[in-house]
Design a protein around this ligand. Structure first.
Ligand code: IVH
Length: 701
């Protein structure tokens, strides 16, 4: 007779299932079950582990983000130095390397090369050791450090979904791998995650990261594992070692084994018979660059045979058996024609280089950022200089240096950083300790323009039809104000600058149909659509309004927390710094910025004006819908995006009720991470269980 599985067996089975589905989802990008089904497996495992805490092991999928914030990283020596690679920049240098490789081996031997993409991330060593039930489990993740000694970033590495926390004995056996081994590979931040990260940083008033590699390096070294988990780093594996030695006879087999046991191996790798094959691979790889979704900066070529690698050995810092072919940098030399000073929403003045157009990596570059006055001083750049311009991963081109040789004479004109705002003329200010100069005139037209664009943005009040061109027209400005100092048409004739229709955000809500009809290229349809959009935005709610006001450091999440906590604009604007700091996640810097914002008379007037115009200034819970009418919900555990309060508010706003305990009358239990006894009770009573995604789906209905 079959006996019921023990809790230990159940836990084991669940872990294997979860791991399999994580692999399909994150590595193969081909899930076989729905998110809700995956969550159900995970919740089941969590519930079991909660009942039997003695069964929790560090390689359980529930333990990815278990780490506490850290105080620093411990330094650990590598099993064998993590070397760098020599570079080749053209076919000639590649052929010379091939020649050296072949002359280092007996003439009778054949050889093969493996070509891989050179991922622009940071290299990492992962150590696996004896885990439970014959599995190998992740023991340690080390950064490259100085090559000899790395930093232990295990807690952060564990949050990377493409790093297996354990490898089952079955897989180890299939791939002929021991329980103890070391994987080396590259951590990369996909471009989309990079863009998102920078948007968040900017919304919080922080400087954006320069490129995905810096962002990945910064992320892996943050002391806050939760942040790392949100960033969606990926790990691509390319070496398999044991006791510091390559384990398998060829690199081709290494890549295959890594794939078999569940690591993410870059799919663009190829084993070729000779250097012509390598050159062919490179020619095909370079155009891939724009389509991959992550940054690469070249191709790495490795001798396939491990025995041959050993025979060739190393020079000082690099192996003789591998080389990096570097793609031509996406950089170019051009002339700095002029510098314009752009004024942003916060009044920050950014010097923008106007360049003689130059083609860099398929894109014509005409502008580059010079960041701030300090950067101009650091570069020592003058107008008329030739400059080296680089186009990095998805960021605005930047000037890296001044080119000074006999073909490139120096320019003469000093760049004069303005003392007054180039748009409104008011004196620029610099807060002590900050690098940026700011226009502090709240009515500066450039600032108003940026404020309006921010207000109408999709993630803020979402006013369709209120883009660059429309805002410019409403302000009676040229669409390129702030970039161009002279207002001229393409043909060079001055444009007639009209009287502005609006001066403040409030004026938007006073716009009349006839006024809009007087604008260029605005017909009845456009005018009516825009007015409807503006009207609709009035009920966007307190969170959106707060976000729209553009208070420093107040991004989406903070705005939401503030709205929830204070419930109304009235309560919020009267709050003291102390009261503000009582809000979860609001620190002294943010509190201070909010107090300062509401102390400015113009801001007070704007808020009064918007209130008088009928904008919703309360947290979004007033209108009770009917989607969840008659249903009772119980919330348990931590949901991925909503807080307990938010979930409660949204359910109530849709006509549902939220109760504290599970009974037969409960319609649904909404379970998040670390759901406890309520989940079990629901299971035993047969109450339906939802995850956050399913709840959000119901809320829509
Ligand atoms: S092999 C001794 N393979 O490039 C062998 N490295 O310039 C060195 N990199 O430090 C590593 N993609 O961070 C190898 N497919 C790849 C790579 C790769 C990116 C990085 C790695 C290394 C640097 C050397």
């Amino acid at each position: 007779m079959a006996t019921a599985p023990t809790p230990e067996e159940q836990v084991q089975t669940l872990r294997e299932q979860i791991q399999h589905h994580e692999y399909l989802y994150y590595v193969q990008d081909a899930p076989e079950i729905t998110d809700a089904q995956y969550d159900a497996l995970m919740n089941h495992l969590k519930a079991l582990e909660e009942q039997h805490p003695e069964l929790i092991t560090p390689d359980s999928p529930t333990q990815r983000v278990g780490g506490k914030p850290r105080e620093g990283f411990v330094k650990v020596a590598h099993s064998r130095p993590m070397l760098s690679l020599d570079n080749a920049y053209n076919d000639e240098e590649l052929r010379a390397w091939d020649q050296r490789v072949r002359s280092g081996l007996p003439a009778s031997e054949t050889l093969r090369y493996v070509c891989e993409l050179k991922l622009d991330g940071l290299s990492m060593a992962l150590h696996y050791g004896t885990g439970t039930h014959g599995a190998a489990h992740l023991e340690r993740g080390l950064t490259r450090g100085d090559g000899t000694i790395g930093e232990d970033v295990t807690t952060n590495v564990r949050t990377i979904r493409t790093v297996p926390l354990s490898v089952s004995p079955k897989k180890l056996e299939t791939a002929h791998m021991p329980q103890n081994f070391e994987i080396r590979g590259e951590v990369v931040l996909p471009q989309a995650a990079f863009v998102k990260m920078n948007e968040e940083r900017e919304a919080q008033g922080m400087a954006p990261a320069a490129n995905p590699r810096n962002a990945a390096a910064g992320t892996i070294r943050t002391l806050e594992p939760n942040i790392v988990a949100q960033r969606r780093l990926d790990f691509y594996a390319y070496f398999l070692l044991r006791d510091g030695e390559t384990l398998l006879p060829t690199h081709t087999e290494t890549l295959a084994a890594l794939k078999t046991v569940g690591f993410l191996v870059n799919p663009h790798a190829k084993t070729v018979d000779n250097i012509d094959g390598v050159i062919d691979f490179i020619a095909k790889a370079e155009p891939l660059r724009e389509t991959l979704g992550y940054e690469i900066d070249g191709v790495v070529i490795k001798l396939d045979s491990t025995a041959q690698q050993r025979r060739l050995g190393f020079t000082g810092k690099a192996p003789r058996w591998a080389i990096a072919y570097k793609f031509a940098a996406r950089a170019g030399i051009t002339r700095l024609e002029d510098v314009h000073f752009q004024v942003g929403r916060t009044g920050k003045v950014t010097p923008v280089a106007v360049l003689t157009p130059v083609l860099i990596g398929g894109t014509t570059v005409t502008r580059a950022t010079l960041h701030n006055a300090d950067e101009i001083a650091r570069l020592g750049v003058k107008i008329g200089d030739f400059v080296q311009v680089e186009r990095g991963g998805d960021v605005i081109p930047k000037i890296v240096e001044v080119v000074d040789d006999k073909d490139h004479p120096r320019g003469k004109d000093e760049i004069v950083f303005p003392t007054n705002c180039p748009i409104c003329g008011s004196e620029l200010m610099r807060v002590e300790g900050e690098v940026d100069w700011r226009c502090v005139n709240n009515s500066c037209p450039a600032r108003v323009r940026e404020e309006l664009l921010h207000w109408s943005a999709r993630s803020v009040m979402n006013i369709e039809g209120l883009g660059d061109a429309m805002v410019a027209q409403l302000l009676g400005q040229s669409a390129s104000l702030g970039e161009e100092t002279d207002v001229v048409t393409e043909e060079g004739a001055p444009i007639e600058v009209r009287k502005p229709l609006i001066h403040t955000i409030g004026d938007l809500y006073r716009l009349k149909r006839e006024q809009l009809l007087g604008l260029e290229r605005v017909g009845e349809k456009t005018a009516d659509a825009l007015l409807a959009q503006i009207e609709r935005s009035k009920s966007a709610g307190l969170t959106r309004v707060l976000l729209g006001l553009g208070i420093r450091f107040v991004g989406e999440r903070t705005a939401q927390l503030l709205a929830q906590h204070f419930g109304s604009m009235e309560a919020l604007r009267n709050a003291t710094a102390e009261e503000l700091e009582a809000v979860n996640e609001v620190g002294p810097k943010v509190a201070q910025a909010i107090v300062e914002f509401f102390a400015v008379e113009k801001n007070q007037q704007l808020v009064d004006d918007l209130t008088g115009l009928g904008l919703t200034m309360t947290a979004e819970k007033k209108v009770v819908g009917t989607a969840l009418e008659g249903m009772t919900f119980v919330l348990t555990g931590t949901l991925p995006t909503l807080t307990r309060e938010e979930a409660k508010e949204r359910i109530e706003a849709a006509g549902g009720k939220v109760s504290g305990s599970v009974s037969k009358k409960t319609s649904y239990v909404v379970a998040g991470e670390e759901a406890g006894s309520k989940l079990e009770k629901a299971e035993s009573l047969g109450v339906k269980i939802l995850d956050e995604a399913a709840l959000l789906e119901m809320l829509k209905g």
